[in-house]
Ligand binder design. Structure first.
Ligand code: CP
Length: 302
């Protein structure tokens, strides 16, 4: 992990996922550890973010480092026409680590090949969101006591949702049984289903959320990704495809947890928030500890 960029969740092995979980657990017990003094992280957000940007910032602050960067392109020279190539060349001479979110699939890999410092992909279009996946794994491990042999329902926008693409690839290392629930227009892309097929893993696909829900250990809800639709009418048709309500959790397993990478729009009713099976706010908080672990591992501080 040391000095290596994290662009795709497959850049790390199963053992490395477990290592990050173990370091994150240390940070959860003691979050303020000023081991990053003198180090600078550049947060380059070409797309909006609340959780990822602020939890990275919080993680660096708790580690005693400094953050530079921009939270939208309007405050950077991208608006004057500067290329991603030039932006990365320049910023990598100002910092020890780059965290980048960008709307284009493949942009993070491209940038990682240009930079002289490690780069963390904070989401590239509909492709990957590996740090979200590591915090999802941490959340699943904490609530289930294991990552092995779980039944995971993934619900909503499986076509454009980058968090579910990286989550599928990571969980495939742990003999997960997947249930994919989506409208026809937003089904899991074939490349990810082939990925599971090659590993000999079972998955089930359907449109109804309610059927079989009593088997789930994890329900991973997702937002329909409005910003990825070229046709607003298509978005309107699918935006309310699934709404999880508290009464739908009756008869589910005691260990079930409801996760969501957030932000949510309408796919989880607020009456679910008070159910002990709702875990999405704790999941977001875990993002700080997991990002502390990732930064420390990449900078060779842990
Ligand atoms: N989960 C997530 O990536 O949230 P943000 O878009 O707010 O960063």
């Amino acid at each position: 992990m040391k000095n290596k960029s994290l662009v795709s969740i497959t850049d790390y092995s199963k053992n490395e996922y477990l290592k990050i979980i173990s370091i994150a657990d240390e940070f959860e017990k003691q979050s303020v550890q000023p081991i990053m003094q003198g180090k600078v992280v550049a947060n380059l957000f070409f797309e909006p973010s609340t959780r990822t940007r602020l939890s990275f910032e919080s993680a660096v602050n708790r580690l005693g480092g400094r953050v530079i960067g921009f939270s939208d392109t309007l405050s950077s020279s991208v608006t004057k026409g500067e290329t991603l190539y030039d932006t990365i060349k320049i910023v990598s001479s100002y910092c020890d680590l780059i965290v980048m979110r960008h709307p284009l699939e493949g942009s993070a890999r491209f940038a990682s090949e240009l930079t002289t410092v490690p780069l963390i992909n904070a989401g590239d279009g509909a492709n990957q969101h590996p740090t979200q996946t590591l915090l999802d794994l941490y959340s699943i491990y904490k609530t289930q006591g294991t990552l092995e042999n779980l039944t995971v329902f993934i619900v909503g926008d499986l076509k454009y949702g980058r968090t579910v693409h990286s989550l599928l690839m990571a969980l495939s290392q742990f003999k997960t049984t997947f249930h994919f629930i989506s409208p026809d227009e937003l089904k899991m892309p074939d490349e990810y289903k082939f990925y599971l097929h090659r590993l000999g893993l079972d998955y089930y696909e359907r449109k109804e959320l309610a059927s079989g829900v009593e088997k789930a250990d994890i329900i991973y809800m997702t937002r329909v990704q409005k910003e990825r639709f070229s046709d607003p009418i298509e978005y309107e048709k699918t935006k309310n495809a699934y709404v999880l309500r508290n009464k739908m959790l009756a008869g589910t397993k005691d260990n079930l947890k409801v996760l969501h990478p957030l932000p949510r729009v309408s796919e989880i009713e607020q009456d679910v928030d008070l159910n002990p099976k709702a875990y999405y706010f704790e999941q977001a908080r875990n993002g700080v500890y997991v990002r502390q672990a990732i930064i420390s591992a990449i900078l060779g501080l842990k």
